[in-house]
Design a protein around this ligand. Structure first.
Ligand code: NI
Length: 152
């Protein structure tokens, strides 16, 4: 995490005038969804949309870095339940973190998608670790951690 913080600081100080070109591979359905959103929002180019997406990704992680101390919160997760082995993996991870997982609520959104809300309490850094572990699994569409400070 410390390494990440210094990277963020570097990014802040670097002028955005210098453009670098990168090549990325994306699943077609992900790109289609992205294009749909940037068209709807009126972006002039895909590149501008991607730049904005990366900026908000960085902002999100800076915000995550400030989650520390005793916290209570919820993890909201959306995933593809047809992804092989995913359900078991997600349950295993929650068992691994059972000292901070208080309860979970599962809702079947459609035939293939599930929404799960996990109630968590404990040290902020552990809450983030759990959220990141869940997010990194293939077939997990999104994970959002929302917390409040415990105590005064
Ligand atoms: Ni389900």
């Amino acid at each position: 995490m410390c390494q990440f913080r210094s990277l963020v600081r570097e990014l802040d100080m670097t002028s955005e005038n210098e453009l670098m070109r990168i090549g990325i591979s994306l699943p077609k359905n992900l790109l289609d969804k992205f294009d749909e959103i940037i068209n709807y929002r009126g972006y002039s180019s895909r590149s501008e949309g991607i730049r904005d997406a990366i900026r908000s990704y960085i902002t999100h992680y800076k915000w995550m870095a400030d989650v520390k101390g005793e916290r209570q919160g919820v993890i909201t997760m959306i995933y593809d339940h047809e992804q092989r082995g995913l359900l078991t993996t997600l349950t295993d991870i929650q068992h691994e973190f059972m000292s901070i997982v208080q309860a979970s609520l599962h809702s079947h959104v459609t035939h293939g998608r599930c929404l799960e809300v996990i109630l968590v309490r404990g040290d902020g850094s552990q809450l983030k670790t759990l959220a990141e572990r869940l997010m990194s699994q293939k077939g997990v569409e999104s994970v959002k951690l929302t917390t409040i400070m415990v105590g005064e």
